[in-house]
Ligand binder design. Structure first.
Ligand SMILES: [Zn+2]
Ligand SMILES: [Zn+2]
Length: 198
């Protein structure tokens, strides 16, 4: 998928933000300003001053809007919503070389970090769609998991988030099912299940 490093990193930020609220258990992983700063730092954002409560609330509020486009088959609706979000955020795309290399900024100049994160995440998801990857914005196939992910695999056939080992868990239980169905066939090599990490 032809997504530049910059935008894919932002797309992963969007994924992390969405997954920071567990929709299955209600668990809040964006529990504090520090937790939000850590999440952003892990994705390469420079958090040069402590996040405020307002920043934290803004990032939390962004999550349902971002989640909406994952697994949404009505691409036109996803695009309309993300375009609308860019308007709400007052996005102001501009090319800059403040760090020595030309790159895009999407937020208003001197916007607070949470606003820059928001606009950049939205643009990243729109870029995935523009590159023909709408169907790659997915929700994990394991029924008990609500995590989202961007499928950057070449065949585009990834089914699981890997944060919780969902692929392994589903494969392992399918394997147990098959073994139950097949009865005891000894320890033949060809039928052995290879558990993959995804
Ligand atoms: Zn910059
Ligand atoms: Zn999962």
């Amino acid at each position: 998928m032809a997504v530049s490093d910059y935008s894919s990193r932002a797309a992963l930020t969007a994924v992390d933000l969405v997954n920071s609220h567990d929709v299955m258990t209600g668990e809040e992983r964006l529990a504090s300003e520090a937790a939000a700063a850590e999440l952003l730092g892990r994705r390469g954002w420079v958090v040069d001053r402590p996040l405020s409560r307002v920043d934290l609330e803004r990032l939390r509020g962004l999550r349902p809007r971002l989640r909406f486009v994952f697994g949404n088959a009505v691409v036109r609706k996803s695009v309309a919503d993300l375009n609308g979000l860019l308007r709400e955020l007052g996005a102001q795309p501009q090319l800059t070389d403040h760090d020595g290399a030309w790159h895009w900024h999407y937020a208003r100049p001197r916007a607070p970090l949470a606003e820059r994160v928001a606009t950049t995440c939205v643009v990243a998801l729109l870029t995935v769609i523009a590159d023909g990857g709408a169907a790659r914005l997915r929700i994990c196939d394991r029924t008990e998991c609500g995590n989202v992910f961007v499928d950057a695999s070449r065949p585009g056939s990834r089914r699981f988030c890997d944060a919780r080992g969902c692929g392994n868990r589903v494969h392992a239980s399918a394997y147990r099912e098959r073994r139950r169905g097949a009865g005891s066939e000894g320890s033949g090599g060809s039928g052995d299940e290879q558990l993959s990490s995804q």
